[in-house]
Ligand binder design. Structure first.
Ligand SMILES: [Fe+2]
Length: 201
């Protein structure tokens, strides 16, 4: 059986491949592609292993349906899904701190987990990698943060930022948020699963 180190290395490789598959296209330049490249250049072998106590939340009951949908996505997402499944039992799922005005269904309908991060399986000085899972019909609250962010989209669902409004990127796409832009996401009839990376400025 693979150790968590091997599983985590394989997950980061699969995440990089999925993110680059979406952004290494001929006509793409600019901050989305540059951020993907910078995140994985910094992550390359530079994280330290941590141990955390696994924990589950109510919303985790939607994980198997989300994974099944993701496995039927483009090949890089299917590979990422398999690498994620190997790690999933070790994750410490947590709730986002409560936010005034959040969707009433959000609290019991979401779960976040760090993969590389403060409560994650590994630690890095400047990069946090995590996963968000939402039950069907849930909206993640508007939020903003100084670190730039990329999401690898593993489900159907809608995404919002204050420049572009709501849009539907589709499974396999990479969503980019510049520093401090207000953003959100919402699930439709299926659960929403995505992996995100935050890069400190
Ligand atoms: Fe965010």
């Amino acid at each position: 059986m693979a150790t968590h180190d091997q599983q985590l290395t394989e997950f980061i490789r699969a995440l990089e491949a999925a993110a680059k598959a979406a952004t290494d296209v001929l006509d793409e330049s600019g901050k989305r592609k540059a951020t993907v490249r910078a995140v994985f250049a910094e992550l390359d072998g530079a994280w330290a292993k941590e141990s955390v106590e696994p924990a589950e939340l109510d919303a985790c009951r939607h994980l198997s349906a989300a994974l099944l949908n993701a496995e039927h996505g483009p090949e890089p997402v299917a590979n990422l899904t398999r690498a994620f499944e190997a790690l999933a039992p070790a994750l410490r799922w947590r709730l986002r701190p409560p936010d005034a005005g959040e969707d009433p269904g959000f609290r019991g309908g979401h779960a976040n987990a760090d993969i590389i991060g403060p409560a994650g399986l590994g630690r890095h000085e400047d990069i946090v990698v995590g996963v968000s899972l939402m039950a069907p019909g849930v909206t993640y609250p508007d939020h903003d943060h100084p670190p730039e962010e990329i999401y690898v989209v593993m489900s159907e669902g809608d995404w919002f930022n204050e420049s572009d409004g709501w849009y539907t990127p589709g499974i396999g796409q990479v969503v980019y948020h510049q520093s401090s832009i207000v953003h959100a996401m919402r699930s439709g009839t299926e659960p929403l699963l995505s992996v995100w990376c935050l890069k400190r400025p």
